[in-house]
Design a protein around this ligand. Structure first.
Ligand code: ATP
Length: 263
C-alpha cells in the first residue's frame, strides 16, 4: 500500500494532567476527504493544531508525504503544503475578495511578486480561476465586509487554495452557515482535485456524511474508530460516546443524517 500523505504516530498533547490528545495513530491517504468528529472536548481542535504546527506535540511524530515534520513551525509546514482555514476568519475585510486571494498567493510565493504587468495579469488570472472554483467569480470585486457569512467561508477556502496545498485542513468550515450555504461548501470541497487531500473538523454531521470518504471519531483524546462513514454511523461505541453530550444520538432522529441537497 502506498504511504499515507499524512501520518500520525503516537501523537499526544497533555495540559498538566489532562491528556487532550492521547497516543493518536492515524494515516490519511492522498486524495481522501477525511473528517475528524467527536463530542465536545474530545480533542479535535487540539489535534488539528498539532497537525498544522500551531501547537507542539508532547510526544509522537507527524509526517507529511513520508517526511517527519514534527519539529517544523507552522510556517515551515505551510511551505511543505499544509493550508488551513480557521474557526475565526483571518480575512482583510476592507479589501476585495480578489485582493484577499492575491495577497495570500503573494505571501505564499514572495518570489512571484512582480511589477511586470504581464506577471501581475497572470497572478490575477490564477486568483480569478480559484474564485471560480469556489463559486465566487461574480464577487471578485466586492469588499469582504459586504459578503454573507457563507461567502466569507468560501473566500477562506480560496485563500487556503492560493497556497497550492497538498493537505487542506478546515476547522468547522460550516459553522454558522445556512443549510444552503453548507450544501454549496460540500459541493465545492467535493469538486477539488484529488491532488488536494482534505481533512475537516466539523460538528455538522450532515456536512460530514455528505463529504467524507473516511471518518475518525475522537473521544477523550483517543481514537475511538477510524472507518467509512457507514461504519461510523452504525457503531454502538460511537453512539455511546455521543450520549450525555447534549445530543441524544449521533443523529437527532436516530435514523440517519438529514438530507443535504448538494448541487
Ligand atoms: N490551551 C489549553 N490549555 C488547557 N486545556 C486545554 C487547552 N486547549 C484545550 N484544552 C482542553 O483539552 C481538551 C480538548 O479540547 P479541544 O478544544 O481540542 O476539544 P474539541 O474536541 O475541539 O472540542 P469542541 O468540539 O468543543 O471544540 C478539553 O478538555 C479542553 O478544555
Amino acid at each position: 500500500m502506498s504511504e499515507p500523505l499524512l501520518s500520525l504516530s503516537g501523537v499526544s498533547r497533555h495540559f498538566g494532567a489532562l491528556k487532550a490528545v492521547d497516543a493518536v495513530d492515524l494515516g490519511i491517504p492522498a486524495g481522501s476527504r477525511h473528517a475528524l468528529i467527536g463530542p465536545n472536548g474530545a480533542g479535535k481542535s487540539t489535534l488539528f493544531k498539532l497537525i498544522t504546527g500551531a501547537m507542539p506535540v508532547s510526544s509522537g511524530t507527524v509526517a507529511l508525504g513520508g517526511s517527519d515534520i514534527t519539529g517544523l513551525s507552522e510556517n515551515q509546514r505551510a511551505r511543505r503544503g499544509i493550508s488551513q482555514t480557521l474557526q475565526h476568519s483571518s480575512l482583510f475585510l476592507t479589501q476585495t475578495v480578489l485582493q484577499n486571494v492575491l495577497l495570500a498567493a503573494q505571501r505564499h510565493h514572495p518570489g512571484r511578486r512582480s511589477l511586470v504587468p504581464r506577471r501581475q495579469a497572470a497572478a490575477r488570472e490564477r486568483a480569478r480561476a480559484l474564485l471560480a472554483d469556489v463559486g465566487l467569480e461574480q464577487r471578485s470585486d466586492t469588499p469582504v465586509a459586504a459578503l454573507s457569512h457563507g461567502e466569507r467561508r468560501q473566500v477562506e477556502v480560496a485563500v487556503a487554495l492560493a497556497c497550492e496545498p497538498r493537505l487542506l485542513l478546515l476547522d468547522e468550515p460550516a459553522a454558522g452557515m445556512s443549510p444552503a450555504e453548507s450544501a454549496r461548501l460540500v459541493g465545492l470541497l467535493q469538486a477539488l482535485p484529488e491532488s488536494v487531500t482534505v481533512v475537516i473538523v466539523e460538528h455538522d454531521l450532515d456536512v460530514v456524511f455528505a463529504l467524507a470518504t473516511s471518518v475518525t471519531v475522537l473521544h477523550l483524546g483517543r481514537v475511538l474508530l477510524t472507518g467509512s462513514p457507514d461504519q461510523v454511523r452504525t457503531s454502538d461505541a460511537v453512539q455511546e460516546a455521543y450520549l450525555g453530550t447534549g445530543r441524544e444520538s449521533l443523529f437527532l432522529d436516530g435514523t440517519g443524517p438529514a438530507h443535504l441537497e448538494v448541487s
